[in-house]
Design a protein around this ligand. Structure first.
Ligand code: GSH
Length: 237
């Protein structure tokens, strides 16, 4: 087994029981898709891994993380994911690993990594954008955001981080297209309309049949503004 596969299997071994998934990709595939200034400053053959959370993350990783805290933390979801990314780094003491989480910004407020593109080129979840629709029904002044769809979980997942293994080169890695689970113009327009204009009703997440989705408890949690979530977690200030 090559080093990259061995690394990925170790990452998977750690994160799967936590309701997380990982998918490897080559930096070049990402850099070919993003415009300036988003390309990442690593050689094209460098190994990167994108980390997703599935509906199980809430029970398997988040609740145990909160249970260990005795007081409220400001960003419990982000900190839970950060602590697991740190644990992954600790599995590989000899590797030089950069971690970028979904919410991390440069000082000029630009995101460090476009996680939807990363998940797309890793074959994890297809990123549907306006340009994927042939008969565009929206006016040219309208801004339409793209959205990722996971083949098993539809929109019931989130993209949490990208890890870059700076000393691992994977020239032989083969590109795998993400599954095209929303294949027609009609379905894509429906998806983008739901995501852009009705995102609060969760309906964009159900545009394809899914294996699992967020529990009612998890929906209530994410529906509650972060400042009011403390009460749901039963934690003191
Ligand atoms: N920063 C806060 C925390 O760390 O607790 C809020 C985190 C948060 O609510 N993130 C959203 C999320 O995870 C935005 S990515 N939503 C799940 C989803 O949209 O599937």
């Amino acid at each position: 087994m090559d080093r990259a596969t061995a690394i990925w299997e170790q990452v998977e071994g750690y994160i799967r029981p936590l309701g997380l998934e990982s998918y490897p990709f080559k930096i070049q595939w990402y850099n070919d898709k993003v415009k300036d200034p988003f390309p990442l400053p690593y050689p094209g053959d460098t190994l990167a891994v994108v980390i997703l959370s599935t509906p199980n993350m809430f029970e398997k990783a988040f609740k145990p993380f909160v249970a260990k805290k005795d007081c409220y933390v400001r960003d419990p979801i982000d900190e839970c994911l950060l602590s697991h990314m740190q644990n992954i780094k600790a599995i590989f003491p000899d590797e030089d690993i950069d971690c970028m989480q979904d919410f991390e910004l440069h000082p000029n407020h630009r995101p460090k990594v476009l996680v939807q593109t990363a998940a797309h080129v890793a074959g994890a979840a297809r990123y549907y954008q306006r340009m994927d629709v042939k008969e565009d029904p929206w006016g040219k002044d309208k801004n339409i955001y793209g959205v990722s769809v996971h083949p098993k979980y539809g929109g019931w997942f989130a993209i949490r981080a990208v890890l870059v293994f700076k000393n691992i080169l994977v020239p032989e890695m083969e590109y795998k297209e993400p599954p095209d689970c929303v294949p027609t113009d009609e379905l894509r327009i429906d998806l983008l309309n739901k995501y852009n204009f009705h995102w609060k009703d969760w309906s964009f997440r159900d545009v394809i049949p899914v294996e699992d989705k967020y529990s009612e408890e998890q929906k209530v949690y994410f529906d509650t503004p972060p400042a009011d979530r403390k009460a749901l977690l039963g934690l003191e200030d």
